[in-house]
Design a protein around this ligand. Structure first.
Ligand code: FDA
Length: 306
C-alpha cells in the first residue's frame, strides 16, 4: 500500500491526531466538501439539492463507527429513525435511502444487538417507503456483516449488501449474492495481503471480474467507484449483458468528481451520491484524504490559509 495512504489511515485511528484535527481551525469548506454537515437538517438540505436540482439519488450515512456501548448505538439508531421520518415527511424517500455501518449500531457489543438495531432501521425505512444498504467494513467483520444481512433480508429482501473488490473472497461472495441488491466498491480499509489484493491493478481486475458476475445475475448491481476506466468498462459490460440503464446504478461519494456525477446522470444513468453527515466526521474525512494525495494538499492548504 502507498506509504502516504498507510500513514493517513493510521492517523484515522489515532486519538491524538483526531484531537488536533478536530480542534484545528479547519475551514468549514474542507469538511463541507465531503460531509453534508453535522445535523439531520443539513443532510436533508443537501439531499434536497442533489435530488431536486441535479436529478441524482442519494444514500445517507450517519457518521459514527466503532460503537462499543449500547447507549451510543441507541443514539445512532434514533438518529436514523428521525432521519427516515424527515425524508418521508419532505417527500424525498423515493430518491434517498440510508447506508448503515453495523459497527455504529453495536456489532462490537454483540451480533444480536447489531441485528436488532439494524432491523429497527429497516422497519423504519419500510415505513418511509425507502431502502437500507449495509456498508462493509474491515475484513474481520465481513462474515458477521453478511450473516446479519442474510437475517435482515428474510424480512426486507431489498436490503443492499456491499462487497469490496480488494478482498480475495469477494468473487465468491458476488456469485452468492448476484441475484440481490449489491454495491461493489474497491474497499477503503488497510487490509493484510493474506486476505486482500495489494497491487491496485489486481484490485481493478478483480473489480471487473466481480462486476461481470453481478451483471450476469438477476439482481440490482450498484457500482461505487470514481475510477474513469472502471466506469467506462462497466458501461461497456452492461451493454454486453443487455442491461438497461434502470437495471443498475453508479454510486459516487459526495464531493468527489461532482462533474462526472452530473455527466453520467445526463447520459441517462441512475447515479446515487453517498452523503455522510453527523458529528463523527473525522474518520470518514481521513479515509477520503488517504485515497488521493490531491485531497491531502487541499486539506493542508486550507489549514494554513486561514
Ligand atoms: P480509486 O481511489 O482507486 O481512484 C481511481 C481513480 O478515480 C483515480 O485515479 C482518479 O482518476 C479518480 N478519482 C478518485 N478520487 C478522485 C477525486 N477526488 N477527484 C477526481 N478523481 C478522482 N468502501 C468500503 O470499504 N465499504 C463501503 O461500504 C464503501 N461504500 C462506498 C460507497 C460509495 C458510494 C463509494 C463511491 C465508495 C464506497 N467505499 C466503501 C469506498 C471505496 O471502497 C473506495 O475506497 C473509494 O471509492 C475509492 O475508490 P475508487 O473506486 O473511487 O478508486
Amino acid at each position: 500500500m502507498n506509504p502516504l495512504r498507510t500513514l493517513i489511515l493510521a492517523a484515522a485511528g489515532n486519538d491524538t491526531v483526531r484531537r488536533v484535527v478536530a480542534t484545528a481551525p479547519v475551514s468549514r469548506d474542507v469538511v463541507r466538501r465531503f460531509v453534508a454537515g453535522e445535523k439531520i437538517s443539513d443532510a436533508i438540505d443537501v439531499t434536497s439539492d442533489l435530488v431536486g436540482r441535479h436529478g441524482l439519488r442519494v444514500t445517507l450515512d450517519y457518521l459514527g463507527e466503532d460503537t462499543t456501548d449500547r447507549a451510543t448505538a441507541e443514539r445512532t439508531v434514533r438518529a436514523y429513525l428521525e432521519l427516515l421520518d424527515q425524508l418521508h415527511d419532505v417527500g424525498l424517500a423515493a430518491d434517498a435511502e440510508v447506508s448503515v455501518k453495523l459497527s455504529a449500531v453495536g456489532l462490537a457489543v454483540s451480533e444480536t444487538l447489531a441485528l436488532d438495531n439494524a432491523s429497527r432501521i429497516c422497519a423504519a425505512a419500510e415505513q418511509a417507503a425507502t431502502t437500507v444498504t449495509v456498508d462493509m467494513e474491515d475484513h474481520t467483520s465481513t462474515d458477521a456483516t453478511l450473516r446479519v444481512l442474510a437475517e435482515l433480508r428474510r424480512h426486507w429482501p431489498s436490503v443492499g449488501a456491499v462487497l469490496q473488490a480488494y478482498l480475495r473472497r469477494t468473487l465468491d461472495d458476488c456469485r452468492e449474492l448476484a441475484d440481490t441488491r449489491v454495491r461493489l466498491c474497491k474497499g477503503a480499509y488497510a487490509e493484510p495481503a493474506s486476505v486482500s489484493y495489494v497491487d491496485p491493478h489486481e484490485v481493478d481486475l478483480n473489480y471487473v471480474r466481480c462486476a461481470n458476475v453481478l451483471l450476469a445475475g438477476s439482481g440490482y448491481p450498484m457500482f461505487a467507484t470514481h475510477d474513469p476506466r472502471l466506469i467506462e468498462i462497466i458501461g461497456e459490460r452492461a451493454r454486453w449483458h443487455d442491461k438497461a440503464v434502470e437495471d443498475f446504478e453508479f454510486q459516487l461519494l459526495y464531493g468527489v468528481r461532482t462533474g462526472e456525477q452530473l455527466h453520467l446522470a445526463a447520459e441517462g444513468h441512475v447515479v446515487r451520491v453517498y452523503v455522510p453527515f453527523g458529528e463523527q466526521w473525522y474518520g470518514y474525512l481521513m479515509r477520503r484524504l488517504a485515497e488521493r494525495p490531491a485531497n491531502v494538499s487541499f486539506f493542508l492548504r486550507s489549514l494554513v490559509s486561514r
